[in-house]
Design a protein around this ligand. Structure first.
Ligand code: GFB
Length: 355
């Protein structure tokens, strides 16, 4: 006989760090954490930044993803639904307390300052949320795989007294804890993204397979990669080198491969996968379309990309490629890699393992 655990209370948080890939890594941790403390996870909107705009914009979770597939793992509700239908009763304005590990520097002393700065302010403003108080939860942490820790949370913050735990940042680590990588299985695209990706594949990749590649090479990335030497676990690097660098050393060409290396590796993949007739290039900056045009002119392959740029559609298409080459250090690649692992599709990384 199994006794079903009663899920009581809610976890709300702002995905206030990084862009999509970072937020997705932390989302998996927040999902595990909410389950660990038996609370419904309120699915936050994605925090996005539009070129030239000062304030972040908040995009509802289900704009891209299917809410139902998450329910196979744990109870969830969108933030929009929660604020409209649940919060008015259990979380009225005078009960809104923000949670943080320890005080955050901002306008008020001894406070989480949950709304200080961008995207913090705009995030909570989207739902007209103001906080009346702060709660410092340190030294607790959100390792869902530490049973004692989860019990501490449940005992210190019983849902009868604390119906909602509202976190200033994600209650999760970055990069995603290795124990939570498998939760990617429950994150599936909604029918809008799925249909658009399938249509693109059907219209553009006729009668042959396609190789998906992720080229992360914008100016922010060039700068970030300068830290490789002193940050052996930079961003998502653990997906290649392991969480303790047990699978090798992070090199700068894993972070920012040279054009010649990229072309070499693509040619090698094409040689190995004779069924591939197309290359789909996703990039935040330089798609190298001309370089590929010249380098591959004698091969029977054509190169495609999305225009205009669309990061989520890029991700969904990369997730379906016959073969994929991505960037070890990028959490954008990490999302694709995890999704492909769930489906049993093969992937490799630029310059890793070293040859
Ligand atoms: O996703 P993300 O956290 O991955 O942030 P990294 C990179 C963002 O750049 C994405 C865009 O969310 C996209 O908006 N981007 C990257 C792309 N690759 C592509 C692509 O192939 N196609 C399209 N359309 N857009 C980290 C940041 O990025 O980079 C960190 O999250 C930090 O906060 C660091 O800024 C320098 O892990 O690659």
């Amino acid at each position: 006989i199994s006794i079903a655990t009663k899920i009581d209370g809610y976890v709300v948080y702002c995905p206030c760090m990084g862009r999509f890939g970072n937020q997705a890594d932390q989302f998996l941790g927040a999902l595990a954490f909410s389950k660990g403390i038996n609370r419904t996870l309120v699915l936050p909107p994605w925090v996005e930044y539009r070129y030239g705009e000062m304030r972040s914009i908040q995009v509802p979770f289900d704009t891209y993803f299917n809410v139902n597939s998450l329910k196979d793992y744990h109870q969830v509700v969108t933030m929009e639904y929660f604020m409209k239908n649940i919060a008015p009763e259990i979380w009225p304005p005078h009960k809104r307390i923000s949670f943080c590990y320890t005080q955050r520097i901002g306008e008020i002393d001894n406070s989480c300052n949950a709304k200080s700065g961008n995207p913090f302010g705009p995030f909570w403003d989207t739902f007209n949320i103001d906080f009346v108080k702060s709660e410092f939860y340190g030294p607790l942490n959100y390792d869902a795989h530490n049973a004692n820790m989860m019990e501490l949370w449940r005992n210190n913050y019983p849902s009868s007294q604390w119906p909602v735990l509202a976190f200033t940042g994600a209650p999760a680590s970055f990069p995603v804890q290795s124990e939570n990588v498998h939760l990617q299985r429950y994150v599936t695209w909604n029918s809008d993204i799925l249909n658009k990706s399938k249509l693109f594949i059907k219209n553009n990749f006729k009668g042959g397979g396609f190789l998906g590649i992720h080229l992360r090479n914008g100016q922010d990335w060039v700068k970030a990669c300068q830290h490789v030497a002193d940050s052996p676990k930079l961003f998502a690097a653990a997906q290649c080198v392991g969480y303790k660098n047990e699978r090798g050393k992070l090199t700068s060409s894993m972070c920012l491969p040279q054009k010649s290396e990229i072309i070499k590796q693509v040619k090698r993949a094409l040689k190995k996968h004779k069924d591939i007739k197309y290359i789909f290039v996703a990039s935040d900056s330089n798609h190298m379309t001309e370089d590929f045009g010249i380098a591959l002119q004698y091969l029977d392959v054509s190169v495609q990309r999305l225009k205009p740029s669309n990061p989520h559609l890029d991700l969904a298409i990369l997730g379906q490629a016959n073969y994929f080459i991505g960037n070890c250090v990028s959490s954008f690649t990490a999302f694709v890699k995890r999704e492909r692992d769930v489906k049993g599709l093969p992937s490799e990384f630029w310059s890793f393992p070293e040859r």
